[in-house]
Design a protein around this ligand. Structure first.
Ligand code: SAT
Ligand code: MN
Length: 593
């Protein structure tokens, strides 16, 4: 008798009508065959799915050039389909599930004709962790199949977990005809289903990532009492060998992967990588908050990656231990057949093809690599990967960090007075936008907990869930706010060197968590005493330091007013505690004149 999984696959095959159905086992040999297929198979209409790159410096690496209109997440085409619109919230596009299924069924009918349907069984999370989820994605893209092997634990473990049950997360994906007018990324939280048509881009097509591990999982977390967050996870080791684990929420393309793989400039300190994008956090038997990275790969922004900004990532990309490493929408050094990108170490090569394969010179108007060009690479081959990465339980979190790109206002670091105040400040987070999503670049966008595009339900309820979790965690982590991006008003230059030097801020956070140092109270939170941020060997002037920590009363009052406007959209779903915190902040600021 057919299992529920087999029945579901058959049913989808009847709808999508592929020439062939192929079940992936996630093996290296299979990945090699799929890459071979991708090198001969044409991407819709024109060039191949994969180009082989030189394996000299980047072993096992391949280039993928996407369709020019398919280079980033498309938030306006991303929907949550719950029967109740209010539950979905003002933070999501909404469509009634019946309507969505009808529309998607039409779009999907016969969409895999002439193609192979790949069946990808995979785990999000370690198979030995009870919180982990077994998932199956169907796709007609060989690029997506290969990417999913890098990003997830694919194969037998997931099939074993599913067995003859119907307990698995479903993903149906087709690149369709890549027409943006027929592109939809649809989430059905009540059915554990993601249905995505018309895009092959990471966040739209690797359905285990943002779609399941954040949008659907955040909904599961609300009902099951845990948190699915857009956070990196690191362990900060001090000279005594003590490791303090932290999780940090930063919006897409604001240095999250650099922080996750940070190479310390402070002697005796070291950062261990557990994750760079997603954290699932649950309350452990010991009353602490434990974090797991459900993924096993990095899907990171390529431009700007260098030995200066992220030496561990350069080493990781050069490792070639795991097959394969993908470069998506990178430029190509035609003479060496190496990938190239803006900000890469070394001189600009003489002959460059841009991300679409057109000849490029440094004088060209556009960049050679797409600004949102990406690498897809296994976390296992990264030199900073924590030995605890393989621990099914994850790691115990002592500090939660929240940050964004803010050229003004937010100090280098401050600590929340308590959990509730921290949830308020995290809900008010903002960032200056970049190219990871298709919208205007350089505007301030409120992005609570870096989850605005990823929270799968009403954000008012999400804030409530955070407040409730704080009460339920017997030994909660402390909450901190960071900002590497503050600039000098007159010169526009960054006040803080960033990258490896950020260890100095992490050290302060670890010292606070371990009760080694005090802090001073300001209207916005707790800040370092003078001399408590280790500055030895660093060329930051006293004046710059003062500006990094300056709290401009008027600017903060203006910020508070904006946050109030942002809150309005959540109506009575916004927990009153957050309004209380908002009023308390305004009062403290007014009282500080
Ligand atoms: O959404 S993706 O995972 O494709 C990248 C990002 O925006 O963080
Ligand atoms: Mn992300």
């Amino acid at each position: 008798m057919a299992t529920p999984l087999e029945e579901w696959v058959e049913e989808q095959a009847r709808l999508t009508k592929p020439d062939e159905v192929y079940w992936c086992d996630g093996s290296e040999e299979e990945a090699q065959r799929l890459v071979e297929i991708g090198m001969t198979q044409e991407r819709l209409g024109d060039h191949p799915v994969f180009y082989e790159l030189s394996h000299k410096n980047f072993p096992n690496s391949y280039l993928h050039r996407s369709h020019p209109t398919d280079v980033a997440r498309t938030e306006h085409l991303t929907f949550v389909c719950h029967p109740d619109e209010v539950t979905t919230g003002p933070n999501n596009n909404w469509m009634h599930p019946n309507e969505a299924v009808e529309m998607l069924t039409k779009l999907t009918d016969g969409c895999m004709r002439g193609r192979t349907m790949y069946v990808l069984p995979y785990m999000m999370g370690h198979p030995d962790n009870p919180f982990s989820k077994a998932c199956v994605q169907l796709t007609d893209s060989v690029y997506v199949a290969v990417s999913m092997r890098i990003m997830t634990r694919m194969g037998e473990a997931a099939l074993a977990r599913i067995g003859s049950s119907d307990n698995f997360v479903k993903g149906l994906h087709s690149v369709g005809d890549l027409d943006p007018n027929r592109r939809f990324i649809m989430h059905f939280p009540l059915d554990n289903l993601v249905w995505s048509v018309g895009s092959g881009y990471g966040g739209n097509a690797l359905l285990g990532k943002k779609c399941f591990s954040l949008r659907i999982a955040s909904w599961l977390g609300l009902h099951e009492g845990w948190l699915a967050e857009h956070m990196l996870i690191i362990g900060v080791e001090d000279p005594e060998g003590e490791i303090t684990y932290m999780a940090a929420a930063l919006p897409s393309a604001s240095g999250k992967t650099n922080l996750a793989l940070l190479q310390s400039t402070l002697p005796g300190y070291r950062v261990w990588t557990v994750g760079d994008d997603i954290a699932w956090m649950y309350i452990g038997d010991d009353g602490r908050l434990w974090a797991v990275n459900p993924e096993v790969g990095f899907f990171g922004v390529l431009p700007g990656t260098s030995m200066k900004t992220n030496p561990n990532m350069i080493r990781c990309l050069a490792s070639g231990e795991f097959f394969p490493t993908l470069f998506t929408n990178a430029a190509l050094d035609v003479d060496t057949r190496e990938p190239w990108w803006e900000g890469k170490d070394g001189p600009v090569p003489e002959h460059v093809e841009d991300w679409q394969g057109k000849p490029w010179t440094p004088g060209s108007e556009k960049t050679a690599a797409h600004p949102n060009s990406r690498f897809t690479v296994s976390i296992a081959q990264c030199p900073s990967t924590s030995p605890e990465f393989h621990n099914p339980k994850g790691v115990p979190i002592s500090a939660l960090l929240f940050g964004g790109r803010r050229t003004r206002l937010i100090p280098l670091v401050y600590e929340a007075f308590n959990w509730q105040h921290g949830v308020f400040a995290a809900s008010a987070m903002g960032t200056e936008t970049t190219s990871a999503a298709m919208h205007m670049v350089g505007m301030l966008r409120r992005d609570p907990m870096a989850m605005l595009p990823f929270c799968g339900y009403n954000m008012g309820d999400y804030f409530r869930h955070w407040l409730t979790m704080g009460q339920r965690i017997p030994h909660p982590p402390k909450l901190f706010f960071i900002n590497w991006f503050r600039t000098d008003d007159s010169t526009g230059e960054f006040l803080w060197p960033g990258f490896g030097e950020n260890i100095r801020v992490l050290k302060w956070i670890a010292d606070r968590v371990r009760g080694r140092i005090g802090a001073r109270e300001t209207p916005i939170g707790l800040m370092p005493h003078q001399g408590d941020i280790e500055l030895s060997g660093l060329n930051v002037s006293q004046e710059a330091l003062e500006r990094l920590f300056k709290v401009h009363r008027e600017a903060w009052l203006a910020e508070a007013a904006e946050v109030g406007q942002f809150y309005e959209q959540f109506g009575d779903r916004l927990p009153p505690e957050l309004w209380e915190e908002h009023h308390a902040l305004v009062k403290r600021l007014e009282g500080s004149a």
